[in-house]
Design a protein around this ligand. Structure first.
Ligand SMILES: [Zn+2]
Ligand SMILES: [Zn+2]
Length: 397
């Protein structure tokens, strides 16, 4: 392989681009300005830009020498996310959010810019055999934008033999990268349990079927799914984040509602929770002559890295940041990511790029109002994507 193109001359432009996105964050599926900016950047590189998948999604393809849409050769997808969060920013630097109550608190401004940097590098030297699809997706934060793009034909329009994604990670010092084979992020599930009793006077409980103690018993019992039914070497989280019932202190209500989320790393464990929550709520309610209605709202699947692609990603990480800065078997996190949908359809891997202080210690966490993306990662991430694409295509060809 000839010498790789240099990102250094482009760093100033990337920094301005990233900070402009940070100053103008947009919530899921409202990324219109962001998509305009991304499309304009790609068009300025001479790339044909496809827009509108998943409402605001943007996709462009960099073809290697001699390759065309009719003859794409081996193809891979690199994915970045574009949406911001409903968080009021606490930072007061010049590029702080100008949109009240909305903020790039997850660093998607940085992910988008890193991938644009990679586009610049790939366009600069097309001495590779195959096609690289650059996928800018909307609505990662709770909107399943990846899934929507797929439902609207992402992988039919842009067939990928493999897909990769990168997220900044504040727990990891800047300059380090991490990946793992298998699940790196958890699946999510939201649930609601409606406990139905019979209300009445607070002084005559015997004439009612009070749903409140039943709801409390169910909340306590649900934790046994974590402590007694999950393999101690597996991981699961069940959180009841909201309980609601009643109006005033002297009335026993008819109903109580329990709302929560479950995070698991394995499909089998998720199934165990679905069945277990239903069983526990139904039987605890029945023990007290109440009824429980169980409602499930599916979230994201787990982000499960494919072995070959994760090991390959680790190799590229070693090349970019050095073996001593690469964690090839990092512990998974119980957060979630809609890239999991893509990994269900196409082999691939999802890795982390350190966003914490370079001297160690925790960085400001994702989704925190004082968070900011570390601009040192713009060049590092762009180089990583460029190299990953070239190495992958060289191997696939
Ligand atoms: Zn996030
Ligand atoms: Zn994120």
């Amino acid at each position: 392989m000839r010498s790789l193109p240099d990102i250094t001359p482009h760093l100033g432009q990337l920094l301005r681009f990233r900070r402009d996105l940070h100053a103008h964050p947009e919530l899921r599926f409202e990324e219109h300005r962001t998509a305009d900016k991304v499309a304009a950047y790609l068009q300025a590189l001479g790339l044909e830009v496809h827009r509108g998948l998943g409402v605001t999604g943007v996709v462009a393809t960099v073809r290697g020498k001699g390759r065309s849409a009719a003859n794409p050769g081996p193809s891979l997808g690199l994915r970045a996310d574009m949406d911001a969060l409903p968080v009021a920013e606490l930072n007061d630097f010049a590029h702080a959010s100008r949109h009240p109550g909305c903020m790039h608190a997850c660093g998607h401004d940085g992910h988008t810019t890193m991938l644009l940097g990679a586009a610049t590098l790939l366009c600069q030297n097309r001495d590779f055999d195959g096609s690289v699809h650059l996928i800018f997706q909307p609505g990662e934060e709770g909107g399943a934008g990846a899934k929507l793009m797929m439902e609207q034909g992402l992988f039919e329009l842009f067939p990928c033999d493999a897909v990769f994604a990168l997220h900044n990670w504040p727990d990891l010092p800047a300059g380090q990268m991490a990946v793992r084979v298998g699940p790196i992020m958890a699946s999510t599930l939201r649930f609601e349990i409606r406990v139905k009793g019979r209300g009445g006077h607070a002084a005559m409980p015997h004439a009612t079927r009070d749903p409140i103690p039943v709801a409390c018993a169910i909340v306590g019992q649900l934790q046994t799914l974590v402590s007694r039914r999950t393999d101690p070497l597996d991981s699961a989280v069940l959180t009841v984040g909201k309980i609601e019932s009643g109006t005033v202190e002297n009335i026993i209500p008819d109903e109580a509602g329990i709302y929560g989320t479950v995070r698991t790393l394995r499909t089998e464990t998720q199934q165990l929770f679905i069945e277990g929550m239903q069983r526990i709520s139904a039987h605890v309610a029945a023990a007290h002559e109440c009824e429980a209605e169980f409602l499930l709202k599916p979230g994201y699947p787990n982000t499960c890295n494919h072995e070959r692609e994760a090991l390959f990603m680790a190799e590229v990480m070693r090349e970019v940041v050095g073996a001593h800065n690469t964690h090839a078997d990092v512990l998974p996190a119980m957060t979630s990511e809609d890239f999991g949908f893509m990994l269900e359809a196409v082999p691939g891997a999802y890795g982390w790029i350190g966003n914490g202080p370079a001297d160690g210690g925790p960085g400001t966490s994702l989704h925190h109002p004082a968070y900011d993306f570390n601009d040192d990662n713009l060049g590092r991430g762009a180089r990583f994507w460029d190299l990953l694409a070239r190495r992958w295509l060289a191997r696939a060809g």
